[in-house]
Design a protein around this ligand. Structure first.
Ligand code: NAD
Ligand code: DAU
Length: 348
């Protein structure tokens, strides 16, 4: 294997949303595998941001954490002027159920935040923006269909609509002002540091305590699943090799109904299926997401490393081994730490 560093690999990165699930995994991934890179992590520390996720890179001289909002153009501009070559915009409001309770933060960050970043790099065109998006922007796929990058957008909840809006804003700035924008759209992630409001960590942490797991509707909604490190590897490939203005779908092709996934988790944890509780469906719940990611694999040679069986067992073990981590979130104790260290919670 060649050890040459690709010519287009950015050296100084700004990763937004770095204290969340995917952002923190990405920071770890990049610091481990790109020894020549340095990273500024920017995160507003909303309820989903957790500095415990970055604790082990706190003293790494190649890494610095800044608390702040991507909508704050002055701050983003100041950070960019520290010699940033690329921004990976991972920051977003991400939980569909919360977006159904009120969409303001979703539009504010997922659309407005993307626009703020674009305004900043409009004056700094050498900076590449990789905007992390989602398979949800294509909406639900029929049983025999998969979405390619040219499939029409059909978002059907406030979260996915805001994500689609952010994608369109980024592409519009690319066309209008010549920005170097690339977009990735990934399927459902699982792995360490996922906030326990999302299905897998919520169900696991409930099962550990013999609590019921709330399965929406008939449980036959289907999602494709990828280990978060495979997602990070794909982001890295697109960062250094993706073509300007292009969109890259990221998936594994591993599709499961929520019932199949729940039964798998129950089996791994060694509990009883009677803990499944069918509850009222999520309003507008998309039935099936499915991506064609042939473009990424063909153009950039990316492939996932984790098979689902190994990845999910390792993830279950991670949650077993990190009981303090998820308990402090479920109890709310983790917020106290930030409020002491960083002052009052900011709005977003
Ligand atoms: P997450 O909710 O765990 O993390 C989001 C992070 O963004 C948090 O740390 C939060 O504090 C931060 N943030 C929110 N608003 C901000 C703002 N205005 N300024 C700065 N930081 C802000 O989410 P995640 O699951 O890690 O998702 C990250 C990204 O990946 C999102 O853009 C999401 O749309 C996308 N995505 C997620 C998945 C998935 O399965 N989790 C799949 C495909 C795409
Ligand atoms: O598809 C990518 C998306 O995956 C990302 O863009 C989102 O940010 C991320 O939150 C995730 O969205 P989902 O809605 O698919 O994830 P969630 O974990 O909330 O739900 C997964 C499936 O499980 C979904 O069909 C709803 C169902 N579910 C979820 C919860 C929280 C339940 O049946 N019960 C639950 O309690």
């Amino acid at each position: 294997m060649s050890t040459d560093v690709p010519q287009n690999r950015p050296k100084r990165l700004l990763v937004t949303g770095a204290a969340g699930f995917i952002g923190s995994n990405l920071v770890h991934w990049l610091l481990d595998r790109w020894p020549g890179a340095s990273i500024i992590s920017l995160d507003a520390l909303t309820y989903a941001g957790n500095l415990a996720n970055l604790e082990d890179v706190r003293d790494d001289p190649r890494h610095r954490f800044v608390r702040g909002d991507i909508c704050d153009r002055e701050l983003v501009a100041k950070l960019c002027d520290e010699g940033i070559d690329a921004i990976v915009n991972v920051a977003a409001h991400t939980h569909v159920d919360r977006s159904l309770l009120g969409g303001d933060d979703f539009v504010g960050t997922n659309v407005g935040g993307v626009q703020a970043i674009c305004e900043v790099i409009k004056e700094r065109k050498s900076i590449r923006l990789l905007h992390v998006s989602t398979d949800e922007v294509y909406g639900s796929q029929a049983p025999d269909e998969v979405a390619t990058e040219t499939t029409a957008l059909d978002p059907r909840n406030p979260y996915s609509a805001a994500k689609a809006g952010g994608d369109l804003v980024a592409l519009a700035y690319m066309h209008s002002f010549g920005l170097d924008v690339v977009i990735t759209r990934c399927c459902n992630n699982y792995g360490p540091y996922q906030y326990p409001e999302k299905m897998i960590p919520l169900f696991l942490t409930n099962l550990f305590e013999d609590k019921q797991v709330p399965l929406y509707g008939d449980g036959l909604h289907a999602r494709q699943w990828i280990h978060v490190e495979d997602h990070c590897a794909a982001i890295a490939r697109v960062l250094e090799g993706g073509r300007r203005g292009e969109i890259y779908n990221i998936s594994t092709g591993v599709g499961l109904t929520n019932l199949e996934l729940t039964e798998r988790l129950i089996e791994i944890v060694g509990k009883d299926k009677s803990l499944i509780k069918y509850v009222q469906d999520r309003p507008g719940h998309d039935r099936r997401y499915a991506l064609d990611d042939g473009k990424l694999r063909g153009e950039l040679g990316w492939e996932p490393i984790f098979d689902f069986g190994t990845g999910i067992e390792q993830t279950v073990q991670w949650f077993v081994d990190h009981e303090d981590w998820w308990r402090s979130i479920k109890s709310g104790a983790y917020r106290k730490y930030y409020d002491e260290q960083y002052g009052e919670r900011i709005k977003h």
